[in-house]
Design a protein around this ligand. Structure first.
Ligand SMILES: C[S@@+](CC[C@H](N)C(=O)[O-])C[C@H]1O[C@@H](n2cnc3c(N)ncnc32)[C@H](O)[C@@H]1O
Length: 400
């Protein structure tokens, strides 16, 4: 989760190094040039795409440290091995059912989850034929390689980095933790006069500002459907996001899975809750140096920008791609159902300090005010029999 602490803007300013300031200036200049070339306005989805992924410049394409203590945020696998133990528990049952198979991890961060999964599965005698990692970030791929080489020794040879999803059909498991929230979203404003698309203009050369235009037909139609799904009582000026790339992207990265399951972890909500009338400013959130803020124009290239996931849209994408929606629950219930108590005891052994540390980590992963409720887990499955581990304790599919 983008876990963060608070801090004053001046503390935040002092955290920027000269190198970072130069980098941000280059990113600003790049985006501003595109805005000018487009006639003075680009959609927010394009701005987000450039800020995160512009080659050599974007947050995920360039050198920002991103995860961990020296980075911008931390995630469940960074917090505790208990997360990897839970994913391994659910994944083991899938791999046993398909008789081996491969694992594809999308967006592997520091490589920690990959290391945990390979170790926990190995301890149960399960050795996936391949462990593929698909990640857009060259900097993170290097970190993953270094982390896994040190941790796994020769077993690192099973890990392979891909530039695109596998072409050939395969059986096994796909895992993605906190990747969907980075997909570029369109931003809209609803009003009695119609729907507007909120995009980006430049002021004073490279300062970005929100700027509205009448929405095109696709966005206007989508907004009408989202509003209906949420009960239809948005006030004039209601703003939120819509992610048109979710369905094509999720379909593409899972296309080659012949038999097995996909586990999606992220912060998000079913559509009717996501687009509640009370959530009138949407869910965009930025992170830099463990601090969160909502202005996506503040630190282009230095800050992560993300939006919550509409899990109803994700279920529709799975359904459209021919998967069964095999499970949907909160992270807390997923961890409970995969046996977090037993994992904690096993990892702690006879060491009471270790047990206390793990119990604290478990609280961060499970408490409603931390990651337990905000984070959801969805499973897609194809040609699998029976219920998936992790989803039986609290089945929330009826909320989608
Ligand atoms: C918030 S981090 C989460 C990392 C890791 N899963 C974890 O939980 O610690 C997002 C990860 O997804 C990767 N990523 C972002 N967009 C992606 C995309 N479109 N395709 C593949 N990887 C992507 C990033 O480089 C990064 O490794």
């Amino acid at each position: 989760m983008r876990i963060y602490d608070t801090g004053t803007p001046s503390q935040r300013e002092s955290a920027i190094t000269d190198v970072e300031r130069d980098h941000e200036a280059r990113v600003r200049a790049h985006i501003a040039a595109e805005v000018r070339a487009a006639g003075g306005w680009i959609g927010f989805d394009r701005y987000m795409e450039l800020a995160l992924y512009a080659p050599g410049l974007g947050y995920y394409s360039a050198g920002a440290h991103k995860l961990g203590a020296g980075g911008d945020f931390t995630t469940a696998p960074e917090i505790s091995r208990l997360f990897g133990a839970a994913v391994a528990q659910a994944g083991a049952e899938v791999l046993e059912q398909v008789g081996g198979g491969a694992i594809l991890e999308i967006g592997a961060g520091s490589g920690r989850l990959a290391g945990d999964l390979i170790e926990f599965l190995g301890a149960r005698g399960i050795v996936p034929a391949r462990y593929w990692i698909l990640d857009v970030s060259a900097e993170l791929r290097d970190r993953q390689r270094a982390h896994l080489r040190e941790r796994l020794g020769d077993r690192v040879e099973r890990v392979e980095w891909l530039d695109a999803p596998p072409d050939a059909p395969f059986d096994g498991l796909i895992v993605a933790n906190e990747v969907l929230d980075a997909l570029p979203v369109m931003r809209f404003r609803w009003g009695r006069g119609g729907v507007e698309e909120l995009g980006v203009e430049c002021r004073d050369g490279d300062r970005f500002e929100w700027s509205a235009r009448p929405a095109g037909p696709a966005l206007a139609t989508a907004c009408a459907a989202l509003r209906d799904a949420a009960g239809g009582d948005w006030a004039d000026g209601y703003e939120s996001e819509w992610c048109p790339r979710l369905q094509p992207w999720a379909t593409e990265v899972t296309r080659s899975l012949r038999t097995g399951a996909v586990l999606w972890f992220d912060y998000g909500l079913p559509r009717a809750h996501y687009y509640f009338a009370e959530r009138r400013q949407g869910t965009l959130i930025c992170h830099h140096r463990h601090r969160a803020f909502d202005d996506p124009f503040a630190r282009p290239g230095l800050a992560d920008i993300s939006a919550w996931v509409d899990f109803t849209a994700l279920a529709e994408a799975g359904d459209g791609a021919g998967f069964d929606i095999a499970g949907y629950t909160t992270q807390a219930y997923f961890l409970a159902d995969t046996g977090i108590d037993a994992h904690l005891r096993e990892l702690a052994g006879a060491d009471p300090r270790q047990a206390a540390r793990l119990a604290n980590e478990a609280r961060r992963l499970m408490m409603p005010g931390e990651m337990g409720e905000r984070f959801k887990v969805m499973a897609w499955s194809r040609r699998l029999a029976g219920a998936l581990r992790g989803f039986t304790l609290r089945d929330l599919r009826h909320t989608l």
